[in-house]
Design a protein around this ligand. Sequence first.
Ligand code: MF3
Ligand code: CO
Length: 255
Amino acid sequence: MVELKSEAEIAVMREAGRIVARTLAAVAAAARAGVRLSDLDALADEMLTSAGAKSSFRDYHPSWAPTPYPGVLCLSVNDAVVHGIPDRRVLRDGDLLSIDFGAELDGFHGDAAITVGIGEIDGSARRLTETTERALAAGIAAARPGARIGDISHAIETVAREAGYGQPDGLGGHGVGHAMHEEPFVPNTGRPHQGFELRPGLVIAIEPMFVEGGDRRCRTAPDGWTVVTADGSRAAHAEHTIAVTADGPVVLTAP
Ligand code: MF3
Ligand code: CO
């Protein structure tokens, strides 16, 4: 069932979203060559605590995962698409890092992700990142009352196709509220005018994931969590939690 949120609930979700945005910005600023992924996770954990919020990710245990999630961030480097575990890996110049973070405040979640380059990244990585961000913006722009989930999906898919990027199967956005993952599912491919109709009070995370080269096949790494591309090509990920309002989409995970 899809739960619509009241204006008061959306105001609380905006506060959760602000914590997410602030933390992502701090982690991005700290992500430099020589830094360990586990150090970034510790930084995000401190920020959660000082904001009086809880992690949406830590101890999350979906049926498909072998273990509860161990971190507060998902840090996915280069060929990792999503759900990378913050281990002791050291970042290097030229790495492409996806930072995904969720916070729960007063019972409501916020969920967002950005992809950043470490030091100098090549033009191909820059184009991949910028195109993924542009697809997120296109998806958000399509989230108007009266439109349907398929309009968001189609907007994202169109950007991927025009750029020649692959999109992993089965991964996409989702409703957000008292749970981090709620209905409806928000696929990154689809047809216009299809699917659940968007109404004021609907809160969803929109999250394109694009893969360099056209191959979209992925596999799960031995850790049981990290989704990596089958052919080793790099991936970028961008995500915002947004509310559909009578005036159009409002980004809840903006600074
Ligand atoms: N933020 C991811 C998403 O957008 C979920 C992270 S999985 C977790 O769906 F286990 F780390 F929580
Ligand atoms: Co999400």
